[in-house]
Design a protein around this ligand. Structure first.
Ligand SMILES: [Zn+2]
Length: 245
């Protein structure tokens, strides 16, 4: 589904538009001219539904070269191994989270905690996935005609990055689980969720004056997204917490 120039939504689950499996985060497909790439992989329960959405977008899976992950929680990254194995897409993730994805570390990814809490089903699978490139703050990615900048945005989880795209005077961000429409956030009782880190990440995004926001769940915002980020920022600035998604 084309949602903005060159940007297709090809996956979205229970906290979004329910176009694929319920366990899927928002999965974005970006047409970069000579190549294409995905942002996040979904939960891997029914990845073939994402493939179907890709086919409907008119972009061939052969054109896709890379899969960029924002973080390694199951609903964003457990699908990565399916795409990597089946299509050979190169997987890109933060330096900190790369070993956790490669080992499918059930503790570091908080999968064990999510299953114990009943948030994920008992039989939820998370297979190890080889990483082609691990990135850190300030890194730049060139894919086809798209230039992205990596910014580290911890708080919701460790090893969380966002991808910023400057496109024709507009600043777009693929922000994973850091910030959502309406200034919402996702704080969880997990080992690596840190309020102070979260506030710093939101402050950084606030300073970036973002135009368009493509979050990991829920609606995307195609203009004046800074207004939504400012809502979360003003809460943190008053030592309060923004509302949870
Ligand atoms: Zn998450």
């Amino acid at each position: 589904m084309l949602i903005a120039p060159e940007i297709h939504l090809v996956g979205s689950g229970q906290f979004g538009f329910q176009i694929t499996d319920l366990m899927d985060c928002n999965v974005y497909l970006i047409d970069a001219g000579s190549e294409a790439f995905l942002i996040d992989a979904g939960g891997g329960v029914q990845p073939e539904l994402i493939v179907k959405q890709i086919e409907q977008s008119g972009i061939s899976t052969d054109k896709i070269t890379r899969l960029l992950l924002t973080h390694i929680h199951g609903d964003h990254a457990a699908g990565a191994s399916y795409f990597q194995q089946r299509y050979g897409w190169k997987v890109i993730v933060s330096k900190e989270a790369a070993p956790w994805l490669e080992a499918a570390d059930h503790d570091k990814t908080s999968l064990n905690a999510a299953i114990a809490a009943g948030v994920y089903p008992e039989n939820f699978k998370y297979e190890p996935c080889p990483v082609s490139r691990s990135v850190e703050d300030g890194d730049r990615l060139e894919i086809g005609n798209v230039r992205l900048q990596v910014i580290e945005t911890p708080g919701h989880s460790r090893g969380h990055v966002s991808y910023v795209w400057e496109r024709q005077g507009q600043r777009l961000i693929f922000s994973g689980d850091v910030i959502f429409a309406g200034g919402k956030i996702v704080l969880q009782q997990t080992w690596d969720c840190v309020i102070q880190d979260y506030a710093k990440s939101i402050e950084r995004l606030h300073e970036l004056n973002i135009d368009a926001l493509f979050p990991g769940h829920g609606p995307f915002i195609t203009a004046n997204a800074a207004r939504h980020i400012a809502m979360a920022h003003s809460k943190f600035a008053r030592l309060e917490l923004p509302p949870n998604l």
